[in-house]
Design a protein around this ligand. Sequence first.
Ligand code: AMP
Ligand code: MG
Length: 465
Amino acid sequence: MIAPTPVKSPTMLAFNNSLAEELGIKLKEQEKIDYFSGNTLPLKSVPIALNYAGHQFGNFVHELGDGRAVLLGEVRSKNTNYDLQLKGSGITQFSRQGDGRSALGPVIREYILSEAMHHLNIPTTRALAAMATGEHVARDTFEPGGILTRVAKSHLRVGTFEYFASRQQWEDVKLLADYSIQRHFPEIRESNNHYLELLKQVASHQSILISKWMSVGFVHGVMNTDNFTISGETIDYGPCAFLDEYHPGKVFSSIDQNGRYAFGNQPSIASWNLASLAGCLIAFIDKDSDKANELATEVLDNFSIETNQRILDLMCEKISLDGSVKENQNLLRQLLKIMMESGSDYTITFRSLSEVLLDQPGKFLEQFKNKDEIGSWLNDWKKALATDEKDLQLIVDQMKSVNPMYIPRNHQVQLVIDAAYNNDFSKMAEMIEVIRRPFEEIDKNSSYAEPPLEEQRIKRTFCGT
Ligand code: AMP
Ligand code: MG
């Protein structure tokens, strides 16, 4: 048991009513403040801090853990257990030199980004509450402190497996694998090779996740194995960012100096992380190590092939084409190449493409330097669409249902945080409402669809820990 450290004067900045309802959490206002600041423990809660290990930027770190978080317990909803975790709740046995606290900026970022991801239909941990603590934390300067209540299908990571495997505690690896199966993939208990199936399930859930990230231009930024979940949920919103202009080599995180976690590298890094998990499970996959290697390698190879195809399918869906057709894949590649050369805004380009079909090409064309080149691409695209045989409005509606208008743009999130640091929380509330309806064009939200001005452009992000 490790109790959260009480804070001076907590205030609730945001509470996720719809999530609370989904989870069956009904609390009075004061109870919410008491529980989600860590000042009072909910009944029966025995908080713990989890230990894990992980590969950070490719280097193995033997000992990591919840250094500024505690797991309050689980709630059960629709036959699924969800972890409730307080993040920024004080020192634990894993805090090392850290203060166990979080600044308010990262709390606000995680609340907004994770809520946006959920409403973009992307699996993610979620935020139930964002609190200001009324205390200050020492970072580069003194900043107001915050606590986030995170909800997750679990906090099991590849790094949790690596913790036990690196210590050769094989019985514990097995226990953890059995627990993961029971918690996340109970259907595979019927299979004749549980541990191979577990690897396949994690691969499949991660494949769905990463391909969705790619389709909306999300750069996670710190895909260390301790930030790579067994459930296939996005976790850790430290240095992440959405692309403004498209470039596959785009990196935001200040600490990712070699671009290991660049936008276009995410599928291959996911495969690398899965290989780490495979290494932990290999002894249980088959007694014959050659056979075990062969089976695990097949899972990893399939992961790469399937993820590649998933990305093509989702990307082609964005331009209303069938991703299994070679010519369509080529059209997509051509578009991305022209976008890269023009520095086109990822979100605006895809969102406005359908308007070309309604004779409103202005916004789309604005994104390109060479109008002849994109004009010729548009002709090829219309041919591939076979527009004369289809109802144009149907195509437009389909495209708008998969190409968001509003994403949590980096500069907008920064404006919200800056306002909050000046005690104005109205922008935060406003932005949370905007990102909850990413696909609907709403007049009053139009400023949130704008790309950053040059001076607003965020070039670097920080973990903020
Ligand atoms: P993260 O960047 O959130 O994945 O954290 C990496 C590691 O640093 C984890 O073991 C965290 O628990 C730890 N950590 C991050 N921030 C703090 C902090 N303020 N106090 C103590 N530990 C921290
Ligand atoms: Mg982390």
